[in-house]
Design a protein around this ligand. Structure first.
Ligand code: ATP
Ligand code: MG
Length: 291
């Protein structure tokens, strides 16, 4: 069984700008993978190369052991792009039925429309739909082929609570591989087996959510900075990292008790002190060099 996706030293350059820089990635069949990273990190570039919609400048990509474009043409891949046009005048059900016709083993149209929560929009022309309704149609079109690889670029943008819940329920029910990009870290935390963190076109972390969190390590101590200098915070015992979010200092520490004692000694007037386990958001900020 070939891997669902295999990228070897894939780079993408636009003139002098490097969008993707030597990315290696092996995705086994059946995994659900979240691709995270700040705006411009290269998430869409990675997904589009995996789909064969964008040529890499160097390196190689295979999907299910074939060239990505061949896998896509062969109907093995389902796609929801970040920005994709839809035929405006066609009614929803007609569009989804036409989509089904392009795959060798599509799912039943009615079933897929229910799964994507567009069954009540069947006769409405696409052009008359709201943004979130269009996004649901895009999701139905991604699902309809029962693809071996499902690639979703920010799939829940514009969806309401029920739309998001329905979408993740479908993704979870799948036996096949799903690769999705998102800015919602809770979605990665809740639904991905594995998280890939991109920054500046490179993979800066790759592993199960818990591993990513543990890379950043230990506990966090937060407090209101009140204009205090952050320099001395580095010297507190146990401190691994220091960052500032708005007016709040966030210390990553391997020894929170020692850090706290020293903090109270160093800043007797310190206020709003809180400690918590590292969450994915903090891991993200630290590993992508944000803040
Ligand atoms: N057609 C293009 N021409 C030139 N540069 C491009 C082009 N497409 C993307 N880029 C650049 O490549 C980099 C990666 O873009 P990409 O769309 O992959 O980012 P992203 O991680 O998907 O961001 P977002 O979170 O905003 O969707 C960015 O610096 C972007 O400006
Ligand atoms: Mg993108």
């Amino acid at each position: 069984m070939p891997n669902a996706l295999e990228l070897k030293a894939v780079s993408k350059r636009y003139g002098a700008r490097t969008a993707l820089d030597g990315v290696n990635l092996s995705v086994e069949e059946g995994q659900t993978i979240a691709v995270l990273g700040p705006n411009g990190a290269g998430k869409s570039t990675l997904l589009n190369i995996a789909l064969g919609l964008l040529p890499a400048t160097s390196g190689s990509a295979t999907v299910l052991g074939r060239k990505p474009a061949d896998a896509l043409r062969g109907g093995r891949v389902g796609v929801l792009l970040q920005e994709s046009g839809l035929l405006e005048d066609v009614p929803v059900k007609e569009l989804i039925a036409a989509g089904a016709g392009m795959y060798p083993k599509p799912l039943p149209v009615e079933l897929t429309m229910r799964a994507a929560r567009v069954d009540d929009l069947a006769t409405r022309p696409i052009g008359k739909l709201s943004g979130g309704q269009r996004q649901r149609v895009r999701f139905a079109l991604a699902l309809i082929g029962d693809p071996d690889l499902l690639v979703l670029d920010e799939p829940t943008v514009g969806l309401d609570v029920e739309g998001r819940r329905a979408l993740w329920q479908e993704v979870r029910a799948r036996r096949h591989t799903t690769l999705f990009a998102t800015h919602y870290l809770t979605e990665a935390d809740d639904y991905a087996d594995r998280v890939i963190l991109l920054a500046g076109g490179r993979i800066v972390a790759d592993g199960p959510v818990d591993t990513i969190k543990s890379l950043v390590g230990g506990l966090e101590v937060r407090f209101t900075l009140d204009g205090a200098d952050t320099g001395p915070l580095w010297t507190l015992p146990g401190v691994l990292r220091v960052r500032v979010e708005g007016g709040t200092a966030v210390l990553q520490t391997a020894a929170s008790d020692a850090t706290l004692r020293a903090l109270f000694a160093a800043l007797p007037d310190v206020r709003d002190v809180r400690t918590a386990g590292t969450d994915l958001e903090s891991a993200f900020m630290t590993l992508t060099g944000g803040a």
